[in-house]
Design a protein around this ligand. Structure first.
Ligand code: GLU
Length: 298
């Protein structure tokens, strides 16, 4: 069958093994890409080296393989893409839409108002670094124009970055590039047209769209899947000690993922192989079955 222009991706951070929530994002992005006859890529977001766990990237790749999820192109690793992020930062500096910031986390916490994702940067360094201090991080200068997009599942999302988020970090005080910048540069570099990921990243999207506009990049289509919560109602992750996905009995886990994604797989599929189940999921993929799963206020 002819390939479409659809290009999707799964972009795990190797801070630990895959858990059920990240597997849902992997499979959701894969099924959406394959249903559209598209390309599906894996990108290792190993940028935040202090948070990366030794061996986690390989472990994630082995788990994806066990679930029949193979990247259609060579894997790229963010740890090797610093030159591209540097170039994007230079473009932002030339506009200029970023500025150096000397504030410590403590100073910000002491004077910040709370936004939708924590403290809103009070703007201390917006008009220059105070005398005697040195710039440590780089922040994007935001404004209050509404940034809006229509998420395939979550509907219309609108944010006023200056009020809701504040001037955000694109290069950190420790010299590492921030996720928000790297993800925008790499999605464009890989010509990603559709982003399917967990709704824990829904509120990051307006920052990413803002950077795309500053850098003259196209905005992909976004679909944010419901977040998997544990029995305590917390998002699965390293902090909540989510168990690692086992590579044994992938069939049972895959069926659980399809059920979580409201795809109603027939019980007979339990006797099928992982590849056959993925094929069933691809052919029958109906993300609209998830539209009542909106978890986030807008
Ligand atoms: N690396 C990010 C994470 O694991 C996901 C990035 C994305 O899908 O945009 O949370």
């Amino acid at each position: 069958m002819k390939r479409s222009s659809y290009r999707g991706r799964f972009a795990p951070s190797p801070t630990g093994p895959l858990h059920f929530g990240s597997l849902v994002a992997a499979i959701g992005s894969y099924l959406d890409a394959k249903h559209h006859n598209g390309i599906w890529l894996v990108r290792m977001e190993d940028l935040d080296t202090p948070r990366c766990a030794p061996g986690a990237a390989d472990d994630i790749l082995r788990t994806l393989e066990a679930f029949g999820l193979h990247s259609d192109e060579t894997l790229i690793c963010q740890s090797r893409r610093t030159a591209a992020y540097d170039e994007a930062l230079r473009k932002l500096q030339a506009i200029p839409s970023v500025y150096p910031c000397c504030c410590t986390r403590r100073e910000i916490a002491d004077s910040a108002l709370n936004g939708i994702e924590g403290p809103v940067y009070p703007g201390t360094c917006r008009n220059g670094i105070p005398a005697g201090r040195a710039g440590r991080a780089w922040r994007a200068r935001t404004n209050n124009a509404a940034i809006e997009f229509d998420d395939v599942l979550q509907g219309r999302i609108s944010q006023h970055l200056e009020r809701d988020i504040g001037d955000f970090v694109v290069k950190r005080a420790d010299g590492l590039f921030a996720y928000q910048l790297a993800v925008v540069v790499d999605d464009a570099f890989q010509s990603i047209t559709h982003i399917v990921r967990g709704a824990d990243l829904l509120y990051s999207t307006p920052r990413q769209i803002y950077l795309q506009r500053l850098l003259g990049l196209t905005t992909p289509i976004y679909m944010h899947l419901p977040v998997v919560l544990n029995a305590q109602g917390e998002k699965l992750g390293k902090q909540t000690l989510a168990p690692a996905i086992s590579r044994d009995d992938a069939v049972t886990t895959l069926m659980r993922v399809l059920k979580f994604l409201q795809q109603q797989p027939p019980e007979e599929l339990r006797g099928a192989t992982v590849e056959q189940i993925l094929l069933w999921g691809t052919v029958n993929w109906k993300p609209e079955k998830l539209t009542n799963c909106r978890q986030y206020p807008v």
